[in-house]
Design a protein around this ligand. Sequence first.
Ligand code: URA
Length: 199
Amino acid sequence: MPGLGCSTLEDIRALIGDCHRCPLGDTRTTLVFGVGDPHARVVIVGEAPGRNEDLKGEPFVGAAGALLDELLAHAGLTRSEVYIANVLKCRPPGNRDPLPAEIEMCTPFLREQIRVISPEVLVTLGNFATRFVLKTDAPISRLRGRVTRVGRFTVLPIYHPAAAIYDRTKRDVLFADFGVLRGLVGTVGDEAPREGTLF
Ligand code: URA
């Protein structure tokens, strides 16, 4: 798919504007664009804003965000060193799953953010982000922790942190997978070309 012709994240934010391309524009409080280093080597892709994110306008600021910060630290990273965005930029009411039409309408902007940032590694959190990047129906339980290559990106699917808040087993798996990220960040480096095919 061709890009949207943006050169910077600010261009993309301006293009999105006060979005009402889908009905979530009527129910959200704040559009959650994404945060972090515009030149990050690692982009973390979540699912959609929850209640706290909708109020604050920033991804992963609730309980799942606190766990994400711990996990990033385990990978030797801080929130300001990576870029964090979601499949959807607006909160689905009641935190329901994103609908196919919403994903189709919203993800060209995420794809453009990834194109402009041009990271080496994409970490996909949970089923929706993983499906978007890997174009697969396989469940995250099968894909997690397995590093793949999509175009010029190294992709690491991981459980969504929200799934692990009350589940000790998943929490241990998440920490192990962020250990894989730690290894990737240490090794990917220069062998990844910065130009090439987009997913
Ligand atoms: N869950 C997500 O997937 N994204 C957020 O921003 C917050 C919670």
